[in-house]
Design a protein around this ligand. Structure first.
Ligand SMILES: [Zn+2]
Length: 461
């Protein structure tokens, strides 16, 4: 028995390495709450009331999901789903699912209220949601996320694990009341029409809770363009570019092509099989090989197909890095030998934190500009270092430490003290940082900082 257990644990810990980045288990109401490893999620979506489209009333979507997961220790499994499930079963037996607070009240999650031994389990859930569902000109809904707001990823729509985990997702859209020819289903997964009002969408197994892009809408409500881009590695990348009627799809498509070739030149071949760009009114959110964005933030969001959605942040404390890189791009990749703030806490939050620190843009962008300066003293650049970091970690979930190690290994630059001071809120005397790295870290009133602040004022997104 003991040998069998050891073999079992050895094999699962090597295969299911995702749990290495999971937060630690914790007690809640005297019961141990544990993070688990999702293998797959399969969800079927349909309408609660088939007449809501014709009546133009608020449509409610009902979902039946089957989650296959493994847990490596005894305890009550954690996952998330914002809507309270109507029904829940473990391996076919009814089970209670409650909403509990994470330690420090940093967020809420769902917990299966059954203490289970290690093993594989099937969790079946039924729930409903209305988030981002409309019936104004026909049925429309999309998986829209926000990374600066807690619980605004896939959990708004489907049961999901947390960002440390990567798992297969298959979504079946079952809307027999719709004429397929009047609708479009755009996704960064593989869309297969199965019949009238019936589609299946399969997402790659390296996707995380903030990855699946899915948008169903009446075809008449958007301008749509399809074209191909030739990747530097010889692949043909199909592009779907679409916009709300009032916007120009042509200008948007031209910018997609321009940024595609720019990023291939800077960071290597386009990481994904396709690209879907939806031009909406303002702001933007990134997905792997997809974005919903304004025209002006398109380049920022496309860069995230490399950093954020080509390598994925494993948790809220790692989310600062990709926003720092994207903001550094927005600034025009500046190189500065000054830091205009004394320290920061971009990645210093609770290990249970799930959202990205909102200072990641302004402070993180400047930190990247300073790291680029330090790398120039070594005869290289941050762009070159990021390209290597990307190749080494493509399609993996990463933490701040992975970034620090990559810079050390490839460029022989130890940024530990710098990251401690500006990311982990472990204050180091600025004089000692200056002695270690050079530059003018305390020169808040310098001409460099004046220029920096002007630049930040001009570029706001
Ligand atoms: Zn961003």
């Amino acid at each position: 028995m003991k040998i069998l257990s050891l073999i079992f644990f050895f094999s699962v810990t090597s295969v299911f390495a995702g749990l290495v980045q999971a937060p630690p288990a914790f007690e809640y109401n005297n019961q141990k709450s544990i993070y688990v490893d999702f293998q797959s999620v399969s969800s079927v979506l349909s309408l609660v009331d088939a007449n809501c489209v014709a009546n133009q009333s608020q449509c409610e979507i009902q979902v039946t999901s089957k989650v296959r997961f493994i847990q490596l220790e005894f305890g009550r499994p954690l996952f998330d789903l914002v809507s309270s499930p109507d029904e829940s079963f473990i391996d076919g037996f009814p089970v209670e699912v409650s909403e509990i607070e994470l330690p420090g009240s940093v967020s809420k999650v769902r917990r299966v209220e059954a203490s289970l031994p290690p093993g594989f389990y099937d969790l079946t859930l039924k729930h409903r949601f209305t988030e981002n569902v409309s019936s104004n000109q026909g049925l429309e809904f999309g998986f829209w996320y926000l990374d600066l707001v807690d619980r605004h990823f896939l959990e708004l729509y489907l049961p999901t694990n947390f960002e440390f985990d990567q798992f297969k997702l298959r979504v079946t859209l079952k809307f027999p009341e719709l004429n397929s020819s009047d609708y479009r289903v755009f996704s960064n997964g593989e869309v297969n029409p199965l019949g009238e009002g019936l589609w299946s969408v399969s997402f790659p197994s390296f996707y995380t809770a903030s990855s699946p892009y899915l948008h169903l809408f009446p075809a008449k409500t958007k301008k749509i363009q399809y074209f191909n881009l030739e990747s530097m590695d010889g692949r043909t990348i199909p592009v779907t570019s679409y916009s709300d009627k009032k916007n120009s799809a042509t200008l948007f498509s031209k910018k997609i092509a321009k940024m595609f070739y720019t990023y291939e030149r800077d960071f290597g071949p386009w990481p994904h099989e396709s690209f879907v760009g939806y031009q909406s009114q303002s702001g933007g959110m990134e997905y792997p090989g997809a974005t919903r964005t304004s025209y002006f933030a398109l380049d920022h969001e496309m860069l995230h197909s490399y950093f954020a959605k080509g390598v994925f942040p494993a948790n809220g404390n790692s989310g600062w890095l990709d926003e720092a890189i994207a903001k550094w791009h927005d600034y025009g990749y500046p190189r500065v030998n000054a830091m205009c703030f004394d320290g920061g806490e971009l990645g210093a939050h609770s290990v249970y934190e799930r959202k990205t620190d909102s200072d990641s843009y302004k402070q993180g962008g400047q930190l990247m500009a300073y790291i680029d300066y330090l790398l120039s003293l070594k005869g290289t650049s941050l762009k070159q270092a990021l390209k290597k970091f990307f190749v080494e970690n493509r399609f993996k979930t990463i933490t701040t430490e992975d970034f620090v190690k990559s810079i050390q290994k490839n460029s022989n630059l130890d940024i530990t003290a710098l990251i401690n001071n500006y990311v982990y809120h472990i204050p180091v005397s600025l004089e000692s940082l200056e002695n270690e790295y050079g530059g003018h870290l305390t020169s808040n009133n310098s001409y460099q900082c004046f220029l920096w602040k002007m630049r930040y004022k001009l570029i706001k997104w």
